[in-house]
Design a protein around this ligand. Structure first.
Ligand SMILES: Nc1ncnc2c1ncn2[C@@H]1O[C@H](COP(=O)(O)OP(=O)(O)O)[C@@H](O)[C@H]1O
Ligand SMILES: [Mg+2]
Length: 310
């Protein structure tokens, strides 16, 4: 089972879209995939037709169980999405209260990693949608995953937010014996603007090793697919944006993608250091646990009308 996280402290950069689009492509290629919503806003949960206000269980129940010293049973919290091969561990808005409730408790950094280990035989892939803030949820995601995707909107000031995210990664993952490979995914690329090509050039200049070789274009079909409540690859298999994610998935499965952690050129910053050090302390002892590197075939071409979704 491979676990990837989509993370950036900036909102609106394509984190959720990346998860739902790659998830749809993996599922239709025959890889049983679990999408994990760790954003209290529950955008991914809402996208897939569930109400994050009402949903019982989900990721929140795993933390509740862990806080009470019970084994967290991820299996009981997972729901089906209506798409064959695509399951969801939903978010609840109550996730927003976790940092206040549990932020200072030891041992809360590996709740998700442990829960996912319990369902490893059911899924080939797990994609985690991270919240846009550093706290117990992001720490759990970064402890559980073996690769992080950082969607970055190609706009002016994008590098500022990216440096911040990379500093967070440096702090939170310092305890890992193995590095956490990071891939920066330039999103919402619009070649007709000045801002997109310019910011892409700067991004590649600053992070030459970590920036993905291509871009995800602006594509209005993503918004339309979210209204339909199915992965973009199901609603619009041949849309430009979906083709771009298909290329990304092919690279993730078969290379070329970086296998090293990303660092901020010129040194480590200190913002949000207290939360990070606190949470990594609790996650540190077992952060080295890694998934084996079994290989899987690249996602195939989409051919079905409904992509296996009801
Ligand atoms: N490549 C894209 N082209 C057009 N719209 C996009 C694209 N990626 C995301 N969006 C839209 O932008 C908004 C924010 O994307 P989302 O994935 O929810 O970002 P995040 O999870 O980082 O907050 C959503 O309405 C989504 O449909
Ligand atoms: Mg989101």
């Amino acid at each position: 089972m491979k676990i990837w996280a989509s993370a950036n402290q900036k909102g609106g950069v394509g984190k959720t879209t990346t998860v739902v689009c790659l998830g749809g492509l993996l599922a239709e290629a025959g890889h049983p995939t679990l999408l994990v919503d760790l954003d209290p806003h529950g955008s991914l949960t809402g996208y897939l037709g569930r109400d994050p206000e009402g949903a019982e269980g989900g990721a929140y129940a795993l933390f509740q169980a862990a806080a009470q010293g019970r084994a967290a049973d991820a299996g009981a919290s997972i729901v089906e999405t209506g798409c064959t091969g695509l399951s969801l561990l939903p978010a609840r808005t109550a996730l927003a209260t976790l940092d206040r409730q549990l932020g200072t408790r030891e041992g809360m950094g590996l709740v998700i990693a442990r829960a996912l280990a319990g369902v490893a035989s059911r899924f080939e892939f797990v994609l985690i949608d991270c919240p846009p803030m550093l706290g117990i949820l992001m720490v759990n995601a970064l402890a559980a995953c073996e690769r992080v995707l950082i969607p970055v909107q190609t706009e002016y000031l994008a590098l500022h937010g990216l440096d911040r995210m990379v500093r967070t990664l440096e702090m939170v993952t310092r305890a890992r014996p193995q590095p956490l490979p990071a891939l920066i995914v330039p999103t919402l690329f619009d070649r007709r603007t000045r801002a997109s090509p310019e910011s892409l050039r700067r991004l590649r200049e600053r992070y030459p090793e970590q920036a993905w070789r291509s871009t995800i274009p602006v594509d209005t079909r993503f918004r339309e697919a979210s209204r339909a409540g199915v992965p973009p690859s199901v609603a619009y298999p041949r849309a430009r944006g979906v083709e771009a994610y298909r290329l990304l998935l092919g690279d993730l499965l078969d290379g070329p993608v970086p296998d090293r952690a990303v660092v901020v050129p010129g040194g480590v910053g200190t913002d949000s250091a207290s939360i990070a050090s606190q949470s990594t302390r609790s996650a540190a002892p077992e952060m080295g646990r890694q998934n084996s590197g079994e290989t899987v075939s690249a996602a195939g071409e989409s051919s079905h009308g409904n992509g296996g979704c009801k």
